[in-house]
Design a protein around this ligand. Structure first.
Ligand SMILES: Cc1ncc(COP(=O)(O)O)c(C=O)c1O
Length: 406
């Protein structure tokens, strides 16, 4: 019988007193001290048994033996074990995308008539799911300024069930004061769910700060190579894991074993990539801030960032995503993204290559300046997912694209 492995990874000797996350990313998915170095890809839809009773026993729940890949698969389980260990959770559920993980969590933990508290600046896809839950099931959401934990008491209703936060918001780069917000939510009986995609467990482990569930778009930094979609939800306790697992199996947003394997492979270099993303972002943020075509730079490591003190308390690094506001507004943004030669114009985040986007002329082009402002975006805001290339090459590229704008 396969039991659900404890979050402690099998390949790391338990005799070591403490394991740094940079070590854990390398070893956490391995099955044990002996056997294959690379996690095998179990590219199968199902598993054969000797008799009906054995199949029935295996189907008892997440602790059962592997039966059918939608319910569990050894390669997918290795990814779940690794991310649970990195986040300090009891167990995890991997999904086919970040939205698959977020939808499974919200649809499992919320009932018709429940109320949600969420921070104002949320990933657009999550915002759409919440809007849909409101229309279809009467699950209303109140949006809060994440900077003010006191708002939770004021916005809370008797039917409030869940508090939804993002460690680092996209594209504003505002950093949530997770300990204060999650403690305030807990005091009112709310489950704390945190999207940690932009920080990754290398920068922040929300369960240490009181979160009940951590959600990742592993499409981003965890996998890190812009070649695989995925999501993972990590649970602080096994009861919550079981509740969501049951629904996730029904929803069927299960990853393919090969996708899970690609994510495991990416995860092993997360620490070196996060360091390179962060170092490059620091150099670019500083130089952008001094450039005459740039009105403001948003990156939590800058001394003038409004959440720098929170970031210093909460994060082990400031991340690889930054945004900046071009003084020339919408037209300058459109010209800038047309002028970059090395950074590539694409919507995702967290890959090894530097990506640039101008929301006002791409993903948010239908919105007027006022609506953009409500989403925390200016007409000249450019978002940069800083890659791991040579920082001076990146700066030369950005510099030449900016030179036309002054
Ligand atoms: C913060 C955040 N959460 C969730 C998602 C959704 O992830 P996926 O595209 O893997 O479904 C994204 C995607 O951009 C994101 O930026």
């Amino acid at each position: 019988m396969t039991t659900l492995e404890p979050a402690a990874p099998a390949a790391v000797p338990t005799s070591l007193p403490s394991i740094d996350p940079r070590t854990l990313v390398v070893h956490a998915a391995a099955e044990g001290r002996t056997g294959p170095l690379s996690v095998p890809i179990h590219q199968t839809t199902g598993f054969a048994f000797d008799d009906a009773d054995a199949i029935a026993a295996a189907m008892a729940g997440p602790e059962g033996d592997f039966v059918y890949t939608r319910r569990g698969n050894p390669t997918v389980r290795a990814l779940e074990r690794a991310v649970a260990a990195l986040e300090g959770g009891a167990a995890a559920i991997a999904s086919a995308s970040g939205m698959g993980a977020m939808s499974a969590v919200l649809l499992s933990l919320l009932q018709p008539g429940d109320h949600v508290l969420a921070q104002k600046c949320l990933y657009g896809g999550t915002y759409s799911v919440l809007a849909d839950l409101g229309r279809r099931y009467g699950i209303e959401t109140s949006y809060l300024d994440a900077e003010h934990p006191g708002e939770i008491a004021a916005a809370r209703r008797p039917n409030s069930r869940l508090l939804l936060l993002e460690t680092i918001a996209n594209p504003t780069t505002r950093v949530c004061d997770l300990p204060a917000l999650l403690a305030a939510g807990r005091a009112h009986g709310l489950l704390g769910v945190v999207d940690n995609s932009l920080a990754s467990p290398l920068l922040c482990r929300p369960i240490e700060h009181g979160a009940d569930v951590v959600v990742h778009s592993s499409t981003k930094y965890l996998a890190g190579h812009s070649d695989v979609l995925g999501g993972v939800a990590v649970f602080a306790d096994r009861e919550l894991h079981r509740a969501v697992w049951t629904r996730a199996v029904e929803l069927g947003a299960t990853p393919d074993p090969f996708a899970a394997w690609l994510t495991i492979r990416g995860l092993q270099t997360l620490a070196v990539r996060m360091r390179a993303h962060g170092e490059n972002a620091a150099l670019l943020a500083g130089r952008l801030a001094a450039h005459p075509a740039v009105a403001a730079v948003h990156w939590p490591g800058l001394p003038q960032h409004p959440d720098r003190a929170v970031a210093d308390r909460l994060l082990d690094g400031y991340g690889g995503m930054l945004s900046f506001d071009l003084a020339g507004g919408r037209e300058a943004g459109r010209r800038f993204i047309g002028a970059v030669r090395l950074a590539r114009l694409a919507l995702s985040i967290g890959g090894v290559e530097t990506l640039v986007t101008h929301p006002a002329s791409t993903s948010h082009r239908e919105l007027g300046d006022e609506q953009l402002g409500a989403a925390g975006i200016g007409p000249g805001t450019v978002r940069l997912s800083v890659g791991i290339e040579d920082a001076e090459d990146l700066w030369r590229d950005l510099g030449q694209a900016l030179s036309d704008l002054v």
